[in-house]
Design a protein around this ligand. Structure first.
Ligand code: LFR
Length: 477
């Protein structure tokens, strides 16, 4: 039996899983993750993450290969000596407000979209690099590439994640010289691109920031997977044909369709759709929706109350009473989320949720509404047919959210796998090890899935129209 280790890093937790050719997955280590303010910025403790990964690999024991995926856009800078210059800054840090405006001014919103295919989201790497001090920087490595470098000593940029930077040419899928030169980003810091399924190198502690002790003593190849977590999750959608939309639902909800070609129309740009690279060279045509971040932040503010009880109470709370725009970057920054949600309701002339269950109801319905809008817009803007929605990732465990999403979309929602990202990671390793056949069909056959049929579809269109109207009149989200 071949054993694969999937290192899967999320913004709120990371895990090391072991999988095999039949896509049986076992979690061997899970750890919490989160950004914290240090040295004047919101940062990731990436060395601690690396220590947790090494511990997880110890727990895994000898494996044949290792793949690493994580959230997109964030990076570490290596100095000339190969050491990390500073702790990576988190995309939720507010440092990009001015640089984003500057890039839009230099290239125009249409020019930027035509070149990169991305919505000009404040989180994009390009705006972060423009805000960064690049003095002494030799190489920019995205988070999974940084981990792979520490595991092997090899530098590169895996393409699905490179496509979240805003520096990849959407047509040629190579680093864009015109973007780097127009935005004064030294192209020498961008490492060579690599594709999922490419061997990166054998385990080698030569560049590890940790002492040799915790480093695996066994031999294994580190393989490039679809290292953007969303690309791995979409790869593991248990789709039986092409007519599906996906919601990769965790800290974010990434909602869209899988296409053969990017969509770069003006309507697509103003509709805030992004064209990222998927496994097998597909286009992940999607919109970023805030996702369970809204809930996670409220739970933190309430001192981590009993979630199942809260969800039960939310299920009984009044329907479609107050809704916010869950795709609005106004919710990006951490802190004070219950108050910010209440304020957004007030600013749009709706009752303020006044208890935690009411706030949870507001969040989940707002997410369902944003899922609906993104599925409908993706369908309209791409012409792609959608018969079913695959809700992938941790959000698949939230049955109320799944049902509300089915109701709002008026479509069946197939929920699961909850561990889609790690599965997608294992799938690429299995393929690289020679496993043939339709791996999506294997996911459908082997993983626990639940279908939610649309039940109460009334009121959602009106709710969307009312929210659009209130926002147009100047109300905040
Ligand atoms: C999901 C995700 C999204 C990306 C956001 C920031 O975890 O990777 O796809 O837009 O995080 O990196």
């Amino acid at each position: 039996m071949t054993r694969f280790a999937a290192v899967d890093l999320g913004a709120s937790s990371g895990r090391v899983m072991v999988g095999d050719e039949s896509l049986r997955l076992t979690e061997v280590h899970r750890f919490s993750n989160g950004a914290a303010v240090r040295d004047g910025a919101l940062r990731w403790d990436v060395r601690r993450i690396f220590r947790e990964i090494l511990y997880g690999l110890q727990q895994a024991g000898p494996v044949d290969s290792i793949g690493v995926d994580s959230w997109g856009v964030d990076y570490g800078l290596l100095g000339e000596d190969g050491g990390l210059l500073r702790e990576p800054v988190c995309y939720r840090d507010g440092r990009t407000a001015e640089t984003r405006a500057l890039a839009l001014q230099r290239l125009g919103a249409a020019g930027l979209y035509e070149a990169s295919g991305l919505q000009p989201h404040p989180i994009n790497t390009v705006f972060q690099l423009m805000a960064d001090d690049l003095t002494g920087a030799a190489t920019m490595l995205l988070i999974p590439d940084l981990i792979a470098y520490w595991l092997t000593g090899e530098r590169g940029a895996e393409i699905t994640n490179a496509s979240t930077t805003g520096l990849l040419d959407v047509h040629t899928r190579t680093w864009s010289e015109s973007l780097t030169s127009a935005l004064n980003i030294p192209s020498r810091i961008l490492p060579p691109l690599r594709h999922p399924g490419t061997p990166i190198g054998p385990l080698n502690p030569v560049c590890s920031p940790e002492p040799a002790g915790p480093f695996p003593a066994w031999k294994a190849e580190v393989v490039a997977v679809a290292s953007h977590d969303t690309a791995s999750a979409v790869a593991a959608a248990p789709a039986t044909n092409e007519s599906f939309a996906y919601i990769s639902c965790g800290t974010w909800s990434l909602v869209g369709v899988e296409l053969r070609e990017p969509v770069l129309s003006e309507a697509s740009r103003t509709g805030n759709f992004t064209n990222e690279v998927g496994l097998g060279g597909t286009t992940r045509y999607l919109r970023n929706v805030m996702g369970l971040w809204l809930l996670q932040e409220c739970l933190a503010a309430w001192g981590s109350p009993d979630l199942p009880g809260l969800l039960e109470a939310a299920a009984r709370a009044p329907r479609l009473r107050s809704l916010v725009d869950a795709a609005d970057p106004a919710f990006l920054a951490p802190g004070g989320m219950p108050g910010r949600i209440a304020a957004a309701c007030r600013d749009t002339g709706q009752p303020e949720p006044s208890t935690p269950p009411e706030t949870v109801r507001c969040i989940l319905e707002s997410l369902a509404l944003a899922h609906r809008a993104a599925v409908q817009d993706a369908t309209r803007l791409s012409g792609h047919r959608v018969e079913v929605v695959h809700l992938l990732g941790g959000g698949a465990r939230n049955r109320l959210l799944c049902q509300l999403t089915a109701d709002a979309c008026g479509l069946p929602v197939v929920a699961g796998p909850a561990e889609a990202t790690a599965l997608g990671n294992v799938m690429v390793q299995a393929r690289t090890a020679g496993v043939a056949g339709d791996l999506r069909a294997l996911v459908a056959a082997t993983q626990r899935l639940e279908t939610f049929h649309a039940q109460d579809t009334s009121g959602w269109a009106e709710a969307q129209a009312a929210l659009d109207d209130a926002k147009a009149k100047g109300g905040k989200p």
